[in-house]
Structure formats: C-alpha cells, structure tokens
Design a protein around this ligand. Structure first.
Ligand SMILES: C[S@@+](CC[C@H](N)C(=O)[O-])C[C@H]1O[C@@H](n2cnc3c(N)ncnc32)[C@H](O)[C@@H]1O
Ligand code: SF4
Ligand code: SF4
Length: 346
C-alpha cells in the first residue's frame, strides 16, 4: 500500500486533508516549475554547542542577521512547500517565533520544521512555537546517554532532554522527531537511540555524517567492520517499523544511506534546484556545505551555474535523501516522509 500523509495519528490529525493537499499541490507545481521544494533558513550562524562533527559552534557575528519581517519576502519569492528553520542554533534568536509567523502568516503551507539542539527549549517556548506555526520539532540526539554531552560539548544537555522531551511528548501533539546523525562514534547505538525514542514517546529520523563540513573523515564509516555494524543495526531497525511510522525515514532512504557509506558518497544531488539554503544574512546557497552565494533575485543563475554542473556527492543528509528521488516517489514517499508525524495509522 502506498503511504499517505492523510491519515489519523492516534486520533489526532496533525495536518488536515485540505492542508496536506495544499502542501502536495504546491510541491507538484514547484517540481514542474523547477522551484525549490524545501528551503532551509539558517537563521543564525551562532550556536550553544561545539559539536565534534560540525563547523558551527559558539558565538558568531549576528549583526547582519535578517530581521523577522524579511522572511516573508523570501517565502513569497521561493514558494517552498517545506521550510526548515535551522542554524547554527535557531533558538538563540529571541525572535524565532516571529520568524515562524513571518514564514507562515495564515496558511498551512509551508510545512515548517524547527531543527534544533534544544539546549534552550522550554515548555512555554515549545507551546509558543507551535502556536506560531511550527509543524514539526526536529531534535538532535547523537547518543542515548550523557555521551551526547561530550559529543556536543554541552554539559547537562542529555539530562535536560531526558526531562523535557518525554514531558512535551506527553502533551500528545506528536510533533517531535529525534534526529540522529550516524557517525563512526554512534553506529553501535542506532537501535539504542530507537529505544530512547520509544521510551520518550517520540519519532526518530536517521541522517548520515558528511566529512564535508569539517574535513574530518574520522567520523565517516568506511572500515568493513563499521559497515557490517551499520548493516546489522539497520536490518534490525527495519524489523521495528510499524503502522505508526515512528521511524520517519523511508526504507529506500535507509537503503541509500547504507550505499552512501559503502561507496564513500552519493551521486545525483539536486542542491540549488530542489532545495536550497538561505543564510543568516539573506544570501542563497545551494546547500549548507557549498558556499557559492547568490542574492534572492539570482536563483536561476545559481541553478544554471551550480546545480547544472554539480558533481558533489559528499553528503546524504536528510534534505538530500528526501529530494533526490523521482517525482512519483516525491509525492507518495518523500512528502509523506516529511509529514510523517501526520502519517500514523496507514
Ligand atoms: C547543522 S545542525 C543545525 C541545527 C541545530 N543546531 C542542531 O544541531 O540540531 C542540523 C543537523 O545537522 C547535523 N550535522 C552537523 N554536522 C553534520 C555533518 N558533518 N554531517 C551530517 N550532519 C551533520 C546535526 O547533527 C543536526 O542534526
Ligand atoms: S550540529 Fe547544531 S548544535 Fe552542533 S555545532 Fe552544529 S549547529 Fe551547533
Ligand atoms: S552532496 Fe549536495 S547537498 Fe551534499 S554537500 Fe554536496 S552539494 Fe551539498
């Protein structure tokens, strides 16, 4: 049976049928018009953590950050069907709820995902952001215990998540997804992270480490025993799926993730064309790891110059895994993947 984003989640409809159709409708139009399906707004370059696998970390110059009202102009011009509000650490911006309101003033489109480490998340903030229009909270978790603090260089973070995530999940909105970036350090923990998601009552999405951000290959899986462990862990993950779609990645995405590590890369990237990044100061970038920058008005030039010639296959992060597939797959698998917290009960 084809997955559908239209069904009920434990009696709670996360995205109404009308809203789902509008999101998919806009996605289809964008696909045909070669407009981006997903836009990731990096609303700040600063961060509360210093993660070992990332090139962000600590304070940055924030004087040139786009003010909230400017985001409306970008959404009107790019017309994405899915938006990620990311960074750096987006919750470092006191006006992040205002940004979300500017992104979706009065419409269910774009479907909006806050990608955050949750160091600064509180219950009132979560409720304020939901009210502002966040549809999905993507919370990074690399280890199912306080090794997470060491990897993110943020003492006390795991304890904070352990106390907050289950409490907010118990409110019943079913909009929290743990985001686990698979590295050589946590490959043995893939199922333990799934256990944690179950224990906390939330969903889980796997992503894959790329050495492109930092140039460090130590966290990439390449040794035969690492690849065997990855396969063992993901085989078990496949047996744990159920009708609730709590494992958000499509089976084809996890299959491609294995291939990505085995091959040392993944060709066919659509950065700039199907998805793009808006930097904190308002420039367009093809992705968060390619730094050719273009003004909003020159998106077509970016597609021509960058996307048309792009040979990079150095990551398989979720934004790619959702958008490198065929149009049909996008409609029936990828979009429902993005809306997976609304796709329970298929
Ligand atoms: C760049 S962070 C920005 C949002 C927020 N600070 C957070 O950590 O969730 C977004 C995601 O990228 C992931 N990430 C960081 N470095 C990465 C890398 N080298 N390869 C793949 N994913 C990476 C993080 O684990 C996180 O889930
Ligand atoms: S992964 Fe996120 S939390 Fe970690 S340094 Fe990068 S931006 Fe900050
Ligand atoms: S594969 Fe694509 S998304 Fe990934 S770093 Fe290269 S250009 Fe960017």
């Amino acid at each position: 049976m084809l997955p559908s984003p239209f069904s009920e989640a434990d009696g709670l409809r996360k995205v109404s049928l009308a809203a789902s159709l509008r999101i998919i409708g806009r996605g289809s139009l964008n696909w045909l018009a070669e407009r981006p399906i997903v836009v990731s707004f990096e609303v700040t370059d600063a961060c509360t953590c210093y993660c070992k696998h990332c090139d962000h970390g600590g304070p940055r110059d924030e004087t040139r950050n786009l003010p909230p009202a400017e985001y409306r102009r970008y959404v009107q011009a790019l017309r994405p069907c899915v938006v990620q509000v990311s960074g750096g650490e987006p919750l470092m911006r006191d006006d992040v709820a205002e940004i979300v309101r500017a992104i979706k003033p009065d419409s269910p489109v774009p479907y909006t995902i806050l990608v955050s480490n949750w160091t600064l998340m509180t219950e009132p903030k979560y409720l304020e952001l939901r009210d502002a229009g966040v549809d999905q909270f993507s919370v990074s978790l690399d280890f199912p215990d306080d090794r997470h603090d060491a990897f993110r260089v943020h003492p006390g973070l795991y304890r904070h998540l352990e106390s907050l995530v289950p409490r907010l999940a118990a409110l019943g909105h079913d909009d929290i997804v743990l985001n686990c970036c698979i590295t050589s350090e946590n490959v043995t923990e893939i199922n333990a992270l799934a256990d944690k998601a179950r224990e906390w009552g939330v969903n889980l999405c796997y992503s894959a480490y790329s050495a492109r951000r930092t140039g460090c290959r130590d966290y990439f899986l390449s040794a035969p025993e690492q690849l065997m462990e990855l396969n063992r862990q993901l085989d078990r993950v496949e047996t744990r799926r159920d009708h609730t779609n709590w494992i958000v990645n499509a089976p084809t995405t996890l299959e491609a993730t294995r291939q990505y590590f085995a091959d040392g890369g993944a060709p066919g990237c659509t950065a700039g064309r199907r998805f793009l990044v808006v930097t904190a100061d308002g420039q367009l970038q093809p992705c968060s790891m390619q730094f050719s920058r273009y003004p909003l008005e020159q998106r077509e030039r970016m597609v021509r110059e960058f996307s048309g010639a792009n040979q990079c296959g150095e990551c398989y992060v979720s934004i790619r895994s959702y958008l490198d597939k065929s149009f049909r797959q996008l409609l029936w698998e990828n979009v429902s993947g993005f809306l997976s917290v609304s796709a329970k009960g298929n």
